[in-house]
Design a protein around this ligand. Structure first.
Ligand code: KG4
Ligand code: ZN
Length: 335
């Protein structure tokens, strides 16, 4: 890894990003163009508009990230994600790989969110400690994994319907707050009483699966059936129901599999209540919970570059690079 430069691309959803990672630890540049302004009037990501924006922005974002540097490897997130965005990422990555004569590395976007927990603001990494339970919470995914080491996974459970971030976005839409909903709902929640409304906790006992669509429906029924809505109270009560569910299941998984570490990544990891509650509840059980740095919780290419460097270190970076919108977790195999 010494002196090697990885150029990574991220185009799976609504951020067009390119990053350069040096020596497997130093983020030289992480350029993120967010498409929020394009999608906010629809209160959600419009796939066709997302792919057009990726196609329009990717060259400029790469140019800004790379400057005069010459990359040794080209990485890109090849799934899961929206097909149009993935295609833009693949064409750009293959063109760059051909131009620079550099090998190409495909990275699972969700693994990127996990390893992003190691990135600090200094060139040094803060390595994960294994075995750990990983909670990946984003706009598209809510998954619990047992991670025994780099590239060694067992999927414990995922959401059967809406992802946690999606539930935040949909509740924000019901309340007429802006998009993305997570930051809006959590800002409102600060002013509200979390005990004001008793929304259901979708605990799904006996499984490590999640289900947030019933909770979202409970919010919509509450809004339909009540006059004089206190938006802050709705937000605080909803947020607490989501956070309690995520924390309970994650800590339960850590206890069941007798692991001492929890790592939380993905856009919803920026939620302050989730962070403080998880750290506190884990601590009571002698477990150390850590969160991705807030600035790197949402989609970015630095996390894709870091995961690519891990794959290189573990001899798992080669192979055919197909895009896969429904990509699932796979254990790394030495190539
Ligand atoms: O990881 P991410 O940037 O994109 C996906 O891969 O989906 O996650 C975006 C999601 C959105 O649903 C957004 O509402 C949510 O993360 N989010 C939050 C917060 N900040 C962003 N959810 C709850 N609280 C927040 N503070
Ligand atoms: Zn993501």
């Amino acid at each position: 890894m010494k002196d090697s430069l990885i150029l990574a691309l991220e185009t799976t959803c609504d951020e067009t990003s390119a990053a350069v990672l040096k020596n497997g630890s130093e983020v030289v540049k992480n350029v993120v163009y967010t498409q929020i302004d394009i999608h906010k009037k629809y209160a959600g990501v419009v796939p066709e508009l997302a792919s057009r924006a990726h196609a329009a922005k990717i060259a400029g974002v790469v140019k800004e990230a790379l400057g005069p540097l010459k990359p040794d490897y080209i990485a890109f997130a090849n799934g899961p994600g929206l097909p149009g965005g993935l295609l833009v990422g693949r064409v750009a990555a293959e063109t760059l790989a051909e131009f620079y004569g550099a090998p190409i590395i495909g990275v699972n976007h969700l693994e990127g969110h996990l390893y992003a927990c190691e990135l600090t603001s200094t060139p040094k990494l803060d390595p994960l400690e294994f075995p750990l339970i990983s909670l990946i919470v984003s706009g598209g995914h809510t998954e619990l994994w047992l991670v025994k080491g780099y590239g060694q996974y067992k999927l414990l459970g995922k959401t059967r319907d809406d992802a946690a971030g999606e539930a935040f976005d949909k509740v924000a839409k019901l309340l007429g707050l802006g998009y993305p909903g997570g930051p809006q709902v959590s800002a409102q929640a600060l002013k509200g009483d979390s005990k004001a409304i008793k929304f259901p906790r979708p605990f799904m006992p006996g499984t490590f699966e999640f289900s947030f669509s019933g909770l979202k429906t409970a919010v919509s029924y509450y809004l339909r059936d009540h006059k004089d809505i206190n938006i802050a109270n709705v937000c605080a009560s909803f947020q607490t129901a989501v956070v309690e569910t995520l924390v309970k299941k994650t800590v339960e998984a850590a206890k069941k599999y007798k692991v001492k570490y929890i790592a939380v990544g993905g856009g919803v990891a920026a939620n302050e209540l989730l962070k403080s509650t998880m750290i506190e509840e884990a601590k009571k059980a002698g477990i150390k919970a850590r969160f991705v740095d807030r600035r790197l919780s949402s989609d970015n290419a630095a996390m894709i570059a870091l995961c690519a460097s891990k794959k290189l270190q573990y001899g798992a970076a080669k192979g055919k690079i197909n895009i896969n919108p429904n990509m699932t977790l796979r254990n790394w195999k030495k190539k």
